[in-house]
Design a protein around this ligand. Structure first.
Ligand SMILES: C[S@@+](CC[C@H](N)C(=O)[O-])C[C@H]1O[C@@H](n2cnc3c(N)ncnc32)[C@H](O)[C@@H]1O
Length: 510
């Protein structure tokens, strides 16, 4: 959309807001950016606590308020699948839709990898944290579409053309939901909240929060809200409102009764939480997310995002260990680690993985696994014999629990260095034991294997390409390069840490 068209549409949307009781403060200006999107700017000073927008629930596009409500209910659709049908239906109604000026203002789809050409997504995301995820999304959503939307098309109940509910349009609707929908309340579920979804995101720098009106005060029904979303693979996770503080963003509905009798229709509100000066863009936050999550759900990334991480799969560790020792060796060591109560993070497909933080710090459980892998046979045998007495809870989430249990492992496996292991009680002591030369070189090897998944381009190649890439005209390529570069830099920091451990040991020996 060019800037002039976007500005015309903003004007039409402002008339629409007045007609539907949506109030936007005079201190805010809705404008079109050169990149084609809409954003919100302050034209007067905004101060903490100012209410800058009120939006009646009835103005939100939800499965309940849409003209498709009866068909959605008859088909027993729930969660974001129901909302996707509502959005596709209202889009198909064109000028006859009560939301036409809102739907004309927002894009048909957000540029998330789900809607990129399949071969492009595969190429650009190869090796990144999104590589498998996006393929899985496509599969799950195709299944959902076949199971729930094809029958709706065949029934003809909605009175729209089959193409209006096509798989492509379903993906497009899902991209809007993942980047723009908010959790409203138990009755409405998730919905599109006009005006609230025009604020762009800034990590740790937001000015507004989406929140409930002051008159609303009973949230108790909201806890078990997933109830009718089972058919939807992504559940209600999709909401933009998952963003910052859930308690602020989950908007109350007093009852689960249908609209009308007994249902309160308090306005939703946008409240200033950080002062903004005239001329400044007014930002919301979609949450504290790394670049993979931002690109996945919102179609953009941020350079130097401190919430970035890289994961190393347990299968990758097993593969490396099998090639260095043997498959049997790897199987035994990993299963002892697991028997002692350790685990990584559980992936969507239940496979374990380990996080490497932005500054290259590996997850403690990975270091412990590498410690067990690098044990000499006699120490390993002692640990096997003592394993029964050392077994911890499977759900040792607390870092101190993990430290405490590892201290016991150290006592069994390093009795000769008893004086040293006696002093091992806190995380820094444990790290001293874990930051050994053998664990360091194992981590470097793992970083190399993880890095090889990106293909033959080096980090420097990627950085050069990123420099020359336009975030506007080559948007998909640009953001996938930011993601690759940030992941590879984390792997670089991991390697740097690991090689430091070897050096300090060597220096000691000299
Ligand atoms: C809730 S909408 C925000 C309003 C949007 N700019 C519009 O034109 O309607 C979310 C979408 O805006 C874009 N967006 C939001 N914050 C951004 C940022 N910091 N950088 C780049 N794009 C951003 C992304 O396309 C995202 O999916």
């Amino acid at each position: 959309m060019d800037v002039a068209t976007a500005r015309r549409r903003v004007l039409a949307f402002q008339r629409w807001m007045r007609k539907h009781g949506v109030v936007c403060s005079d201190a805010l200006c809705l404008d079109a950016s050169e990149a084609g999107g809409v954003y919100v700017r302050a034209v007067a000073a905004l101060r903490d606590g100012d209410v800058v927008a009120t939006i009646p629930r009835r103005a939100c596009l939800t499965p309940r308020t849409s003209g498709a409500a009866a068909a959605i209910e008859a088909a027993q659709l729930g969660g974001t699948l129901a909302l996707a049908v509502a959005v596709m239906y209202e889009r198909a109604r064109g000028a006859a839709s009560p939301w036409k000026d809102y739907l004309r203002l927002i894009p048909d789809r957000e540029p998330v990898p789900l809607v990129w050409p399949e071969d492009e997504a595969e190429r650009l995301l190869a090796g990144t944290e999104l590589d498998k995820t996006v393929k899985q999304d496509r599969e799950f959503l195709c299944e959902d579409w076949k199971e729930c939307i094809e029958p709706l098309i065949s029934s003809g109940e909605l009175g729209v053309e089959p193409d209006d509910l096509s798989l492509e349009k379903y993906f497009a609707a899902k991209s809007l939901l993942s980047s723009r929908s908010f959790r409203i309340d138990r009755y409405h579920g998730s919905g599109m909240v006009p005006l609230a979804d025009l604020f762009n995101h800034k990590t740790d720098g937001e000015h507004v929060h989406f929140t409930k009106s002051e008159e609303s005060d009973s949230d108790e029904d909201d806890d078990d809200d997933q109830s009718n979303a089972d058919s939807d693979q992504e559940e209600d996770d999709d909401d933009q409102s998952n963003a910052s503080a859930d308690e602020q963003l989950t908007v109350e509905n007093s009852t689960s009764k249908p609209s009308g009798e007994g249902h309160k229709d308090e306005d939703l509100e946008m409240i200033i939480v950080r002062d903004a000066n005239p001329g400044e863009e007014v930002y919301n936050t979609y949450g504290t997310m790394g670049n993979a999550a931002l690109l996945h759900r919102y179609g953009f990334t941020e350079p130097d995002n401190p919430y970035d991480i890289v994961n190393i799969d347990l299968t990758l560790v097993t593969k490396w260990c099998s090639s260095k020792y043997s498959r049997r060796y790897a199987k035994e060591r990993v299963s002892l680690w697991s028997k002692l109560g350790y685990s990584g993070c559980a992936g969507e497909d239940a496979a374990d993985y380990f996080e490497i933080s932005y500054d290259g710090e590996p997850q403690l459980e990975l270091l412990i696994l590498l410690y067990i892998i690098s044990l000499k046979p006699d120490a390993y045998d002692k640990l096997v014999s003592a394993a029964h007495d050392l077994m911890g809870d499977d759900d040792e989430d607390d870092e101190q629990d993990t430290v405490d249990s590892f201290v016991k492992v150290v006592r069994v496996t390093r009795p000769a260095k008893d004086s040293e292991s006696n002093g091992v009680e806190k995380l820094p002591d444990v790290k001293k034991v874990l930051h050994s030369e053998s664990i360091g070189s194992a981590l470097s090897a793992l970083a190399d294997i993880r890095e090889s998944l990106y293909g033959s381009n080096t980090l420097e190649d990627d950085e050069e390409q990123l420099q020359a890439c336009s975030p506007v005209s080559e948007r998909n390529r640009y953001h996938s390069l930011v993601l690759r570069v940030s992941e590879r830099k984390i792997l670089g920091r991991l390697r740097k840490h690991a090689s430091g451990w070897s050096k300090s040991k060597k220096r000691k020996h000299v």
